[in-house]
Design a protein around this ligand. Structure first.
Ligand SMILES: *[C@@H]1O[C@H](CO)[C@@H](O)[C@H](O)[C@H]1NC(C)=O
Ligand SMILES: *[C@@H]1O[C@H](CO)[C@@H](O)[C@H](O)[C@H]1NC(C)=O
Ligand SMILES: *[C@@H]1O[C@H](CO)[C@@H](O)[C@H](O)[C@H]1NC(C)=O
Length: 252
């Protein structure tokens, strides 16, 4: 019973598809497939291939591809009636890129797809950080990801950072998560730090920082500044002196 129902629906479905293609004229097929809104999901560095076809199979009219409104350069043999483009490897800038196809002679009938390039936050490296006592500590984690990360956590020696105890501030602007301390002390701040971002698609990603606090070194920026000031003062003094000799002449 169920089988016969399917059998009778299938030809009808094919019929609808065929008519839809003809009325639409221009269509885009993709690998991987797009969703109902023409959004094609693919991972960073993978490949998306797109094929544009004129509904009327006999047509050898020239097709044009646009990427975000800019014309894509095509080989001559890849223009007539059917045209394919391959986006590989996918880069971050390809996320949200819109590919549009239409006839060269008439752009009133066109088809578009949008790329959704997914990638985890780039948090794999381990960093050595050395800084002097009482200086400013800034640790940064790039939390950009698609889909966006759902949370980000900072840890110190394996435990969640105690903001109050260590005098830390944490800021997130959606791109970068930043942990900051104004005056580092060895007993409070020398440690292994980790930021862990949770991606709904890629799971946890962690970046590690080994922070060591060194003694202050003596710096000598003072001497050149004094020398500079002396030179400037001496020159203006000379200027006044020479002018003074002129001014005083008037009173002779
Ligand atoms: C362009 O295509 C549309 C839809 O297929 C059609 O209605 C229109 O007449 C065409 N315009 C020209 C100038 O061919
Ligand atoms: C892109 O794909 C991700 C993962 O499936 C999804 O969470 C996100 O909503 C998609 N974005 C768009 C604009 O469709
Ligand atoms: C973190 O662990 C290291 C190694 O055990 C230790 O030397 C350091 O003092 C610890 N840092 C803090 C702030 O507790």
């Amino acid at each position: 019973m169920a089988e016969t129902t399917l059998m009778s629906i299938a030809p009808l479905f094919l019929f609808l598809l065929c008519c839809a293609t003809q009325t639409l004229g221009i269509t885009i097929h993709s690998f991987p497939n797009g969703d109902v809104n023409g959004i094609i999901e693919a991972e960073y560095q993978k490949t998306v291939s797109l094929v544009c076809e004129v509904g009327d199979m006999a047509s050898d009219e020239e097709l044009v591809w646009l990427r975000n409104g800019a014309v894509v350069k095509l080989l001559d043999e890849n223009k007539k009636g059917r045209s394919s483009v391959c986006v590989t490897p996918l880069v971050y800038e390809d996320n949200d890129a819109v590919f549009t196809c239409h006839l060269k002679t008439n752009d009133s009938d066109k088809a578009s797809v949008t790329l959704n390039v997914t990638y985890p936050p780039q948090l794999s490296m381990s960093e050595e950080v050395q800084l002097e006592l009482d200086s400013l500590l800034v640790l940064q984690c790039d939390m950009r990801a698609n889909p966006p990360v759902s949370s980000i956590v900072w840890k110190l020696n394996g435990s969640i950072v105690d903001l109050l105890e260590g005098g830390f501030t944490v800021t997130n602007d959606g791109l970068i998560s930043q942990l900051q301390v104004k005056n580092v002390k060895r007993h409070l701040h020398e440690a292994t730090y980790q930021c862990t971002a949770v991606s709904p698609m890629y799971g946890q990603q962690t970046q590690t920082f080994h922070v060591t606090v060194t003694e202050k070194t003596v710096k000598f920026p003072v001497m050149p500044i004094i020398a500079g000031v002396v030179v400037v003062c001496a020159t203006s003094l000379l200027a006044i002196v020479s002018r003074w000799s002129k001014i005083t002449k008037c009173f002779k």
